[in-house]
Design a binder for this molecule. Structure first.
Ligand code: SF4
Ligand code: SF4
Length: 245
């Protein structure tokens, strides 16, 4: 049987977590200044999140958070990572717009600042980290080689979810709830128009056009990508599976 996309996604998360050395970061439990409402993700990450919500019987909590939570997304992405890379590789000038203004706390944060969906959080959250505590420094500080690894990982995940929803975490979740297969959760929403409206705010994930890697990052990122593509899932490499979808 072919592995499903959620299995492939988890395999990608595993390689990323093996590769990144979390010990050197200032991040610690209860620190959540980076948990804002501007996280982006693919539909496959959304399906993993919905699976976690069902497994932990959080459906009612989830619907309540999305319907009644203080939602204020200050910036929706204008372009996916692979669309941006495609433009850059073609030499097309690309304006990604201003960074988000005020950033409200993520709706999935519990009162003690822990994440209620931690085990299934999307890659956009997994790659949050900082060498200095950003609550005091005001900004996350990541080494350049990690930023490059984060970017290529986002691109591979987008490739995995190509042609499907891509965008803000809540928009993706709401739009997924409007699809058959998620009727159990959709039934908990009072306004069904909220679900279908989310669809119109989303972009579509694109296939990988190539990577944007600086010459000084080639060696490190190349080794990471080799480990990622060699990762075996049900006896086949991730590279083989992604190329033969
Ligand atoms: S990235 Fe910054 S705010 Fe987030 S856990 Fe690490 S130190 Fe805390
Ligand atoms: S999903 Fe969890 S880890 Fe991600 S921003 Fe929200 S609270 Fe933070």
């Amino acid at each position: 049987m072919k592995p499903d996309k959620k299995e492939l996604l988890q395999a990608i998360f595993e390689v990323y977590e093996e590769w990144t050395d979390n010990k050197k970061f200032a991040c610690q439990e209860g620190c959540a200044a980076c948990c804002t409402q501007n996280v982006t993700m693919t539909a496959v990450e959304g399906e993993l999140l919905l699976q976690h919500i069902r497994e932990h019987k959080l459906e009612k909590w989830f619907a309540d958070r999305l319907q009644n939570g203080n939602r204020e997304i200050t910036k929706r992405p204008v372009m996916t990572h692979n669309a941006f890379a495609r433009n850059c590789l073609k030499g097309v000038e690309t304006n990604m717009g201003d960074p988000p203004r005020q950033q409200k706390a993520c709706l999935f944060l519990a009162e003690d600042n822990s994440c209620k969906v931690y085990g299934a959080r999307p890659f956009g959250c997994r790659c949050f980290s900082s060498l200095e505590d950003c609550r005091t420094s005001g900004i996350a500080k990541q080494p350049d080689e990690l930023l490059a690894i984060n970017t290529v990982t986002m691109q591979v995940i987008e490739h995995l979810g190509q042609k499907e929803f891509w965008g803000n975490i809540y928009d993706v979740l709401l739009a997924l709830c409007s699809l058959t297969g998620n009727n159990d959760i959709a039934g908990l929403f009072h306004k069904k128009s909220q679900l279908t409206a989310a669809n119109t705010r989303l972009l579509r994930a694109e296939p990988l056009p190539g990577f944007l890697i600086m010459p000084e990052e080639q060696e490190n990122v190349g080794e990471y990508l080799e480990a990622l593509f060699k990762k075996e899932i049900q006896g086949k490499s991730l590279e083989h599976i992604l190329n033969n979808k």
